[in-house]
Design a binder for this molecule. Structure first.
Ligand code: F6R
Length: 621
């Protein structure tokens, strides 16, 4: 949430920053701004609207300065106005700051600053922070010890200010007195250094400098960074010097570009066969009877002692947790619980001794999941993570885990990351199952089934045109129901979430048999139902549920693998999928759901990749 890009180098900073902001826009898109160090002060431009609007304005008279900071905002404190957009200048014009996070005690600090004569222009907590730093900096400059040492003075002021604030921050800061330095700090909000050749970057995620450098340093909470053109240093809030580890980003610029697609969501839906291949690569044993994971940091002997697994996640990741619950309970017979991260962290749930905790997060930065992970660790539980973003905070802080390797997911609505999580969940079911009662031959059957998933998804994707036609027909409706039973229940929930978040249509997911206990009252010719009816134990029951909807004149879009067996007149539309092992059902059925939502949103002329009120990577509570 909120994107930060800072640059110091030899090129004109404006175009580098705006380019980076465009890539980070998925983190927030209600306003954007840029500050370039120029002459004695800053040239600052900020406005509501999209980065593109800012870009056009900035490029009318581009500034040649080679150091600057920029921001794309997702409003927390203060409405969406030009004044509230970042960067924020200090009252004395000496500092310019961009901030991601929330300063919880800003009200108190602001009152004190007003008492000292500071005037404010915005309603934001961030302006309070920059003014606090500025006031402390001015005081430090008066101290004879700091004479001629503005860098030392600013670092002292920064440390003192950050010690006073409560809440979360990822900041980039410029000082008019130091035209060759860029400052940054983080606590709770991500911040990374892009290490270039004669240039350096500070950003809230690596996509900001994709194509410019592959070298990255992930800052930890409580760390401060100072960047110059040729160098950078990292220290803690208590002035301990850190020897930073420079990692290499494994993907390149094309992965973060649209290419021939119209939207990132569309691109990411079509990337799913590859995303699943990547999730499986090197993760099956040589004899093809089980899964293997390199980064769990836990001995199989210890894993066999696990009596219960707890999965934590938010939103779509929470749906993947439900998929994991079903598959692990079914194939490994280990009791699994699923909780929303945000509920878990405040609930003080009693956990059994031999509980293993998993956090699921595409971004690896979702604050609720990060804090839930920390809470479980504080209680002494071992926490493993399933994350997509390498080097993300959740990935760095957990005790081990599994990287999804889905590539960058830029569309705000998660698609390929979700199916990769579901596929990894199925592999975990296999892995834990083989440690317990699953036979060698059942293991082999499951491995060969899992390997077929990318091909099955490609078959589902080949129906895109047909699904687009269905979407056009149903795009005018304002209410939808999504029904699925057992493993398909979380897929129904996910289908409903996808539709509501990108097309603003009211949609609800239910286990089909629950209809009769209330939701059936919603059925009418104006409320279509997307009903999943896969062959198996409850196929006939699913058909009966569809009958109940038809009897009440509700339009039905059915998704089935029953081929010609599916009764011809039962549904208004039928999307046929290939029959496969149950381990592939979650990923396979997700695909038509995603396509349906995508095409409905396009038909309704919605901004698919940047739905209203949303932002990817929710780093505020
Ligand atoms: C919906 C969506 C969100 C995220 C949720 C958790 O399409 O993307 O519901 O799933 O914000 O995000 P991560 O997985 O990054 O923790």
């Amino acid at each position: 949430m909120c994107g930060i890009v800072g640059y110091i180098g030899k090129q004109a900073a404006a175009s580098v920053l705006l380019d980076g902001l465009r890539r980070l826009e998925y983190r927030g898109y209600d306003s954007a701004g840029i500050s370039i160090r120029n002459g004695e002060g800053f040239q600052t431009l900020k406005r509501t609207g999209r980065v593109q609007d800012l870009y056009q304005e900035a490029m009318r008279a581009p500034d040649a300065g080679t150091i600057g900071i920029s921001h794309t905002r997702w409003a927390t404190h203060g409405g969406v106005t030009n004044q509230n957009a970042h960067p924020h200048l200090s009252h004395d014009g000496r500092l310019s700051l961009v901030h991601n996070g929330v300063i919880e005690n800003y009200g108190l600090i602001k009152r004190e600053l007003i008492g000292k004569g500071v005037e404010f222009e915005s309603e934001t907590d961030s302006e309070t922070l920059v003014n606090l730093i500025a006031l402390l900096y001015a005081a430090e400059l008066q101290d004879p010890v700091n004479e001629g040492k503005p860098r030392e003075a600013l670092m002292k002021a920064l440390r003192a200010a950050l010690a006073q604030v409560e809440g979360t921050y990822g900041i980039a800061l410029l000082c008019a007195d130091m035209p060759d330095l860029l400052f940054g700090a983080r606590k709770g909000s991500p911040l990374v250094i892009g290490v270039g050749n004669g240039e350096n970057f500070l950003a809230s995620d690596v996509t900001a400098f994709a194509g410019r450098t592959q070298n990255v340093v992930y800052l930890d909470d409580g760390q401060l960074a100072v960047l110059s053109q040729e160098d950078f240093s990292v220290t803690t809030l208590d002035e301990v010097a850190i020897s930073p580890v420079v990692d290499t980003i494994s993907w390149d610029i094309e992965d973060a570009e649209l290419g021939s697609y119209t939207h990132f969501m569309q691109k990411e839906i079509f990337e799913q066969p590859m995303a699943l291949e990547n999730a499986m690569r090197g993760r099956f044993s040589q004899d093809g009877s089980t899964a293997q994971f390199g980064g769990l940091n836990i001995e199989p002997r210890e894993l066999r002692q696990v009596d219960r697994i707890l999965f934590l996640g938010c939103g779509t990741a929470w749906h993947a947790c439900l998929v994991a619950e079903y598959l692990i309970e079914k194939f490994a017979r280990i009791p699994v619980e699923v909780e929303y991260s945000s509920e878990f962290r405040y609930r003080n749930a009693p956990l059994e001794k031999n509980t293993l905790v998993f956090t699921l997060s595409q971004s690896g930065e979702t604050i609720d999941t990060l804090e839930a992970q920390r809470e479980a660790q504080r209680k002494g539980y071992r926490v493993l993570g399933i994350t997509n973003v390498v080097g993300s905070t959740i990935a760095r802080e957990n005790d081990g885990g599994i990287y999804q390797h889905s590539g960058p997911e830029i569309g705000v609505a998660s698609t390929k990351a979700f199916t990769a999580q579901c596929h990894i969940a199925a592999m975990l079911g296999l892995y834990f199952g083989r440690m317990r009662d699953m036979s060698y031959s059942d293991g082999c059957t499951m491995v060969s089934a899992l390997r077929k998933a990318p091909g099955l998804i490609a078959q589902a994707l080949s129906q895109a045109e047909k699904i687009e036609a269905i979407a056009k027909k149903y795009a005018r409706f304002e209410d939808f129901l999504f029904l699925g039973r057992q493993l398909m229940f979380p897929i129904a929930l996910e289908g409903a979430l996808k539709l509501k978040e990108i097309s603003y249509i009211h949609a609800e997911g239910y286990p089909a048999a629950e209809m009769k206990h209330g939701p059936i009252a919603l059925i009418s010719p104006e409320c279509p139902t997307v009903a999943i009816a896969l062959k198996g134990e409850i196929y006939k029951k699913s058909l009966a549920n569809i009958q109940e909807i038809k009897a009440r004149r509700g339009p039905v879009i059915a998704i089935t693998d029953a081929g010609k067996e599916f009764p011809q007149d039962l549904a208004d539309e039928v999307i046929h999928l290939p029959e496969t092992h149950e381990v592939n059902h979650a990923v396979l059925v997700s695909v038509p759901m995603q396509l349906l939502s995508y095409y409905i949103a396009v038909e309704r002329a919605c901004d698919v990749d940047k739905p209203r009120n949303l932002a990817k990577s929710v780093t505020v509570e």
